[in-house]
Design a protein around this ligand. Structure first.
Ligand code: PGA
Length: 249
């Protein structure tokens, strides 16, 4: 069985008051039998890590470069994030794939850079609405998984997030059947590729997860947690999602 993970992705949102909310999270979760992570924008990472230190909350970044250092103005290397105290880095989010033309190969290289820096990559995959309508969902996510997850011996460090693009930030959640179908396929592929270790890779669902739907989503087979966008910005929205997972372990 994989350890459960609820991760918040602030995207390019947040500020002083959002950071202050981390005090509430840190106070509420001094210890936890699940993993809990918050991924603020890069400029807030050090401050965020300071606020949650000593609690069960870990900090993650939202992206990194593939290289360890070099002439890449504006970019951030995985090793720098590790030095700041990050435990996770989201790679291949659909917004980065769309905004920055990231390919599966780029995403795999970023995930490898994260592993090399002893952090856990949260590797995102998911189909577009057109692809779903065309009946290509399983084919698309299988290819993304195969090509975005690097060949590694650190299988226990991997996290995969299935985020249907049409469900991100739209309020439209995939149905339980849709989530079950994709997560079942992803698990089978991970086991095929990594053997028994593939069973332990946390498979997160992402896309309009909130307090009202988290429990039902967490009950789906092979759903080991959530990657939460909008509902991770305020403790009052995020904590019920974390609590829904805590009630299941
Ligand atoms: P959302 O975003 O929860 O706001 O839909 C999820 C994500 O993009 O990670």
């Amino acid at each position: 069985m994989s350890r459960k993970l609820v991760a918040g992705n602030w995207k390019m949102n947040g500020g002083a008051s959002t950071l202050a909310g981390l005090n509430d999270l840190a106070a509420a979760y001094q210890e936890a039998p699940i993993d809990i992570a918050v991924c603020p924008p890069a400029p807030f990472l050090a401050h965020a890590d300071h606020i949650v230190s000593g609690s069960a909350i870990e900090i993650g970044a939202q992206d990194c470069h593939t290289a360890a250092s070099g002439a890449h103005t504006g970019d951030v290397a995985a090793g720098m994030l590790a030095e700041l105290g990050c435990a996770y880095v989201i790679v291949g989010h659909s917004e980065r794939r769309a905004d920055h033309g990231e390919t599966n190969a780029t995403v795999a290289a970023k995930a490898q850079a994260v592993l090399d820096a002893d952090m856990r990559p949260i590797i995102c995959i998911g189909e577009s609405l057109d692809q779903r309508k065309a009946g290509q969902t399983l084919e698309v996510v299988a290819e993304q998984l195969a090509q975005s997850v690097p060949d590694t011996e650190a299988v226990h460090q991997l996290v995969v997030a299935y985020e249907p693009i049409w469900a991100i930030g739209t309020g439209e959640v995939a149905t339980i059947e849709q989530i079950a179908e994709v997560h079942g396929e992803l698990r089978a592929q991970l086991v095929d590729r990594f053997g028994e270790e593939g069973v332990g890779v946390p498979l997160l669902y992402g896309g309009s997860v909130k307090a009202g739907n988290a429990a039902d989503i967490f009950d789906v087979a092979h759903v080991d947690g959530a990657l939460v966008g909008g509902a991770s910005l305020k403790p009052d929205d995020f904590m019920p999602i974390v609590n829904a997972m805590l009630a299941r372990v």
